[in-house]
Write a protein that binds this ligand. Structure first.
Ligand code: ADP
Ligand code: MG
Length: 728
């Protein structure tokens, strides 16, 4: 089969070569690879067939290597060889026995022969003796007839007869002996015969066994033959199968070949077009590098031109952006200047449960629907209107309030100093606006959060460090709320570098980087404050609380350094304390508060009216904030008022203060005479109410803090301090 396949392959090769020659030069070249591949495939198929054939042959030579018949056959052969060995042994034994029998038979024959001889001898002797006896008797008889003679003869005979008798006896005894011998020999013969018989029996047995073994051998042989037959059949079957498969494959190969042939025929025109295409492509390919170079050159030129354009546009944009930025800053500053560096907002808190019920708790404040800067107060039956920069109604959220101040807060990143004051009578919402609640924080926390996010946004070019300090001014004494010695009074000193800047030696500064840090600082400061006084609400209403945030920036590219300060001040309650009602420490507190609030008013007035002398030194508060109030710093006064009927007189005072502060910024120097000097004694006006019913004592205890024991608090503050040190 392989041979025929090879032949066919050869034929096909010839056919291919014929076709190739028919197709001619270039076309044939195109198809050559195709046919070669086909050829290769056929060759591989043939190889596979050969391999199969070889395998079959091998199988034929070594039939069923692992089949169970083989094992059985081996077992049988083993058995057979054992049986043959046994038969061999038996045969050898038989030959031995035969030899023995032969020997014994020979001996027997010898003995018989000897017996025969002795019998013949005896018979001969008997014959001779009987003959002599007869002769003797005849002689006796003849002698009797011849008495004398006979007598003698008798005598002779008698003599002779004794001799004969003796001889006879001897012979008889000898006969006896011989007979015994014969008996013995017969006995031996009998035994021999018996032995022979048993040997014959054994032989028969062995023969039977041999026959049996032979039969078994025959059977095994038959079985083996059968198996061989079966294997032969199997082999034939496999060969047949392989043959038929090969035939089928051959057929497929033929078909393929036919297909190839037809393909070849159909491909010819395609080949021609392909050749044509190929040639044109070849030409194109030849020209391609030139074309490509040309295109690349032009593309490169275009790209570099575009890049150049983009660059110039970018530069232009950057320039414009910078100019715009500059302009914006200018505009902002202009806006701030126009609006005034001092802005005054009013915030009216809602009526709370603490305001009680009845006419005292009635609402006395109304708003202008069209103007969010106007507020009306109904005081003693008369409506008084005030205009501020903005008024927040009771429903204004902390978020809304903060939105209005966030521009101020961010300007401290640019290096501006900012002050935000919360002014108002106790219970009007100063602390709520500045600190807020944990769930709804006020300006302090929101400002720091905003600073953090702004600083993060500029982190690509700037390095910023934000630090916070917390201080309290009580009775004109400055104390560090974050320090180790809260009782220690701090001094405000001039910087020894001659810059004219002020600083507070010993005032603790904590670097903060996250909201968690701020919360820790606030908590720490709060705990300090609580530790130091017995009634925080009362104490806080009698002291100014300051949170000083310093933002130091470094522009990494230019090395420019900026420092901005954000002062968040929760002022002491502005309520007037009755001169007659207050005495001792309470009077002293009231005087201090009044003095510092008046001083704040004076300073603001002096600043806005651009007076040569600004009386910063009149109070600790203004002195401390000197840097942050002067120059191009920005100030926001958040005037807090209560809308309750019972607080209208304090509300009126606060709003008047607010309006005055605001009018200062509008008023040029010439208006100074009109406005007159700051009414510093305003806060010491004689009150109609006594201290007992002042809003200070009526301050809602809701926000009040339970007074923990000082020991507990100092240990707690120490632990918070530790935390702050580790984090900051
Ligand atoms: P102050 O600090 O001026 O003495 P507080 O901030 O302690 O006043 O406010 C007094 C009470 O009024 C507090 O219970 C506070 O929660 C509440 N309060 C103040 N302002 C608001 C407001 N805008 N919205 C809701 N509650 C307020
Ligand atoms: Mg307060």
């Amino acid at each position: 089969q392989v041979e025929t396949l090879k032949e066919k392959l050869l034929e096909q090769a010839q056919e291919i070569s014929r076709l190739r020659s028919e197709l001619g030069g270039t076309d044939a070249e195109k198809h050559r690879d195709l046919l070669a591949a086909e050829n290769e495939r056929l060759r591989q198929e043939m190889k596979a067939c050969e391999g199969e054939l070889r395998e079959l042959r091998r199988q034929q030579q070594a039939p069923c290597r692992d089949c169970p018949h083989l094992q059985e056959k081996a077992g049988l052969q083993e058995q057979l060889s054992q049986l043959q060995r046994e038969a061999e042994e038996t045969r050898a034994k038989l030959v031995e026995l035969d030899l023995e029998v032969q020997q014994k038979t020979n001996r027997l024959a010898e003995v018989e022969l000897r017996l025969k001889d002795s019998l013949a001898e005896r018979a001969e002797e008997e014959e001779r003796l009987s003959r002599r006896l007869r002769d003797s008797q005849e002689t006796i008889a003849s002698l009797k007839s011849q008495p004398q003679q006979i007598k003698y003869i008798i005598k002779t005979v008698e003599v002779e007869s004794t001799k004969a008798k003796q001889a006879l006896c001897e012979i008889q005894s000898r006969n006896q002996y011989l007979q015994e011998q014969v008996g013995m020999q017969k006995q031996v013969l009998k035994e021999m015969e018996q032995q022979l018989q048993s040997s014959q029996k054994t032989e028969a047995q062995l023969r039977a066994q041999i026959v049996m073994y032979e039969a078994e051998l025959e059977r095994a042989h038959g079985q083996m033959l059968e198996e061989m037959q079966a294997m032969e059949e199997e082999k034939n079957h496999a060969i047949e199968e392989a043959f038929s498969r090969a035939q089928v494959e051959m057929k497929a190969v033929h078909e393929n070949l036919a297909g190839v042939r037809t393909n070849l025929l159909t491909l010819q025109p395609a080949l021609r077009t392909l050749t044509h295409d190929y040639n044109s492509l070849k030409r194109q390919v030849r020209d391609f590098p030139l074309l490509l170079q040309e295109t690349l050159r032009s593309a490169r030129a275009e790209i570099s031109q575009a890049i150049e354009e983009v660059h110039s546009t970018n530069r232009e944009l950057l320039r414009k952006y910078r100019r715009e930025l500059q302009l914006r800053k200018k505009c902002h500053n202009e806006l701030v200047r126009l609006k005034g560096n001092i802005r005054v907002f009013g915030r009216v808190r809602p009526i709370t449960k603490e305001d009680g019920e009845g006419p005292e708790a009635a609402n006395a404040v109304t708003f202008d629907a069209d103007d969010d800067a106007v507020l009306h107060l109904l005081h003693k039956g008369k409506q008084v209107s005030f205009e501020l920069d903005k008024v927040f109604p009771p429903q204004a959220s902390q978020e809304e309030v903060f939105q209005e101040v966030q521009a101020l807060v961010t300007s401290c990143i640019d290096g501006y100093n900012v002050c935000i004051f919360a002014y108002g009578q106790t219970g009007a919402g100063k602390t709520y606006t500045m600190e807020g609640t944990a769930a709804n924080p006020g300006i302090n926390q929101r400002a720091l959060q905003l600073l953090f996010s702004e600083v993060r946004g500029k982190a690509a070019d700037w390095d910023y460090a934000i630090t916070v300090s917390a201080a309290e001014i009580y009775n004109e004494a400055l104390r560090d709320l974050l320090g180790k010695e809260p009782q220690e009074k701090l001094e405000i000193k001039l910087c020894p570098d001659g810059s004219g800047q002020l600083y507070v030696p010993g005032l603790t500064e904590f670097r903060v980087q996250s909201v968690e840090d701020i919360n820790k600082v606030f908590e720490f400061g709060h705990v300090k404050r609580v530790t130091e006084c017995t009634n925080l609400n009362e104490h806080s209403s009698r002291s100014h609380a300051l949170l000083i945030v310093t933002v130091r920036g470094l522009d990494r590219s230019t090395g420019l350094r900026t420092t901005g300060k954000l002062n968040l001040v929760d002022l002491a309650g502005s309520e007037r304390v009755g001169r007659s009602g207050a005495e001792g420490s309470r009077l002293r507190e009231a005087q201090h508060i009044n003095k510092s609030l008046s001083a704040l008013g004076d300073v603001i007035y002096a600043l806005r009216s651009r007076q040569g002398h600004v009386p910063f030194r009149n109070s600790k508060l203004t002195y401390l904030l000197q840097d942050s109030l002067s120059g191009d710093s920005k100030t926001l006064m958040m005037v807090q008022v209560s809308p309750a009927e019972k607080n209208t007189s304090e509300t009126l005072c606060s709003l008047k203060f607010a309006e005055r502060v605001r009018s200062v910024e509008l008023g040029p120097v010439s208006r100074k005479a009109e406005l007159g000097s700051w009414p510093s004694q305003e806060h010491l006006e004689v009150p109609k109410r006594l201290l007992g019913d002042s809003p200070g004592s009526a301050a809602p205890p809701g926000r009040g803090h339970a007074s923990p024991s000082p020991g507990q608090l100092s240990s707690r503050s120490a632990s918070i301090r530790r935390k702050l040190h580790t984090s900051g």
